[in-house]
Unconditional design. Structure first.
Length: 284
């Protein structure tokens, strides 16, 4: 029996505590939407929260973006990475603070693994904005977080169905809710006014062939999700490894030799990521 979809959507749209720093996030969003905004303006807003600015710089200088120790201030980060990436980083650090606080460590690690892997694939396939693709991958399962927070009873039923029926979380969500975490992710993207290059991978990472505005990034996040599930890095809610969508695979044009390169670099970077996480108490 499915739940009331519109009722859940209203609850999601009414969330004012996700991310946990809505004031900062909303101010950044308004500034970025203005054509006259300078990088320094946005940096000043983020810097108003010292803990947040420290987290953003730590992530920027981590293994995920390949700028170890080179970016010392937020203005520099904004100039190099762009407004949308830094906006996504602010959103990510806030949202995943919630995940860690609530004990969703497996999902957090899976999301980080996808971000690392998506960055590798993006660079190997010459995507022009690998950092943006990494952010999209980092946030791709945000709908699962909201479902666990807002629909805890239904989430328990979903977990039970996954175990008893040996089906994917995606399938269990459809059976029990009548929709799935990508639907919720799409609602959030609309509410947060995220650009298509971030919202499409979040909305269509299970069905990348449906993306119309960001086919490349969506295909990359889809493939990254499958590869990370395949090696068992983190836990996305079930142990099933989905098939790679042929449309996405064809769009990326990954040869056997390139796939070998991607997997080797992915393994190396995920090993580095584990060291980064443990060295920082996972709470970035």
């Amino acid at each position: 029996m499915s739940v009331d979809r519109e009722s859940i959507r209203k609850r999601v749209e009414a969330l004012k505590n996700v991310p946990t720093l809505p004031g900062v996030f909303e101010k950044i969003s308004r500034l970025i939407d203005s054509s006259s905004t300078a990088a320094e303006d946005v940096a000043n807003i983020i810097s108003s929260d010292q803990a947040l600015s420290a987290k953003v710089l730590r992530v920027v200088n981590s293994v995920f973006y390949g700028f170890p120790g080179r970016i010392s201030n937020l203005t520099h980060a904004l100039i190099i990475l762009g407004f949308d990436v830094v906006k996504g980083l602010v959103l990510s650090t806030s949202v995943f603070d919630i995940m860690l606080a609530r004990g969703f460590h497996g999902l957090w690690e899976h999301s980080l693994g996808c971000a690392v892997t998506a960055g590798v694939i993006a660079r190997k396939t010459n995507d022009p904005n690998p950092e943006e693709v990494s952010i999209a991958a980092l946030l791709h399962d945000i709908g699962k977080v909201i479902l666990k927070i807002e629909l805890s009873e239904e989430s328990s039923r979903i977990d039970q169905a996954v175990l008893e029926k040996q089906i994917s979380t995606y399938q269990a969500e459809e059976e029990i809710l009548g929709f799935n975490h990508t639907t919720v992710g799409n609602w959030l993207c609309q509410e947060w006014h995220l650009p298509h290059k971030l919202s499409d991978p979040i909305t269509y990472h299970h069905r990348p062939n449906l993306s119309r505005s960001a086919q490349g990034p969506t295909a990359i996040v889809h493939v990254a999700n499958v590869l990370v599930r395949g090696i068992g890095f983190g836990f996305a809610g079930d142990n099933l490894v989905p098939k790679i969508n042929p449309v996405a695979w064809k769009a990326l044009d990954i040869s056997d030799s390139l796939l070998e390169e991607i997997i080797k670099e992915m393994d190396d970077k995920l090993e580095d990521a584990e060291g980064f996480l443990s060295g920082n108490g996972i709470k970035i």
